[in-house]
Design a protein around this ligand. Structure first.
Ligand code: ADP
Length: 262
């Protein structure tokens, strides 16, 4: 009877092992499918501008007598698509760097007001070009937080640029920061088209766009918000959005204030 019990136990152990092994295999299969989805997405995103560049360059090469207006038009398209390629590659590199550095980014005391001002300085020209009013809400307290200034500025730039890209002429984008005991909450609010409730989480996924054509026309890479999300995660914070269709969206970036060095 004792031998039987031992045998039973070893059966149990081996079936547990099999279950664990199957679990690991499923996890690996899942990771592999995420990876190959990602590679397929990247390839597709890169292929679109490359096909367009090749097509227009081939037309220019095959017809030396092409009129100067058409030539200029084709070169402008080639220029725009080359910029798109550059942006996609830059965004992919940012994402991969963020994933690699993970939670080990360097933090230093920085002033939220200053970060917002720099982000607004960088995007002011784009806003003016589209006739969008870009403002910084005044804040009474200027308390430093522990953060990575360059990354936070990048996150705010991405959010402001989206507000400008998807906003309409004569619209506005407002940037502000609030502090509570634990967090500094940055928000970027616009009066643009808004985001449907069912899309609110998806927009933070890589390459997800509500309207692909519109995003591409605006020079979007589909990676801006996933970079914002990763920057928040690297700070042990979070990124979220609230929105009312037809009225606008408010993107928030919640960052722990962190303990300040003495
Ligand atoms: P993209 O490069 O396409 O702008 P993002 O990751 O920055 O990529 O955004 C993902 C999608 O979320 C966009 O394609 C757009 O459909 C939607 N979106 C982002 N910001 C806004 C906004 N402020 N207003 C409306 N839609 C937005």
């Amino acid at each position: 009877a004792a031998g039987q019990a031992v045998e039973l136990n070893s059966h149990e152990i081996s079936s547990k092992r099999i279950i664990i092994l199957l679990h690991e295999v499923t996890k690996l299969q899942y990771l592999e499918s995420v990876r190959s989805d990602f590679v397929a997405n990247v390839s597709h995103e890169l292929k679109t501008p490359i096909t367009s560049i090749l097509g227009f360059v081939e037309t220019l090469l095959s017809d030396p007598g092409i009129d100067s207006d058409s030539r200029m038009n084709f070169l402008q398209i080639v220029h725009r698509q080359s910029n798109r390629l550059k942006n996609i590659v830059e965004d992919l590199l940012s994402l991969s760097r963020l994933e690699q550095s993970g939670k080990h980014i360097s933090l230093a005391p920085c002033d939220p007001q200053q970060i917002m001002r720099s982000a607004i300085d960088t995007t002011g020209h784009q806003a003016a070009q589209k006739g969008i009013k870009l403002t910084l809400s005044p804040s009474s307290d200027s308390v430093p937080i522990m953060a990575n200034e360059a990354l936070l500025e990048q996150a705010l730039i991405n959010l402001i640029e989206n507000g400008i890209k998807y906003g309409t002429e004569g619209g506005w984008v407002r940037v502000e920061a609030r502090l509570d005991d634990t967090y500094c909450i940055f928000s970027v609010q616009d009066n643009g088209p808004g985001i449907p409730a069912r899309e609110k989480d998806r927009v933070f996924q890589r390459f997800y766009r509500i309207d692909k054509t519109r995003s591409r026309q605006q020079g979007g890479t589909g990676l801006g918000l996933s970079i914002v999300k990763h920057i928040a995660l690297c700070h042990h914070g979070e990124a979220s959005v609230t929105s009312t269709m037809g009225q606008g969206s408010t993107f928030s970036l919640k960052i722990p204030r962190g303990s300040m060095p003495d």
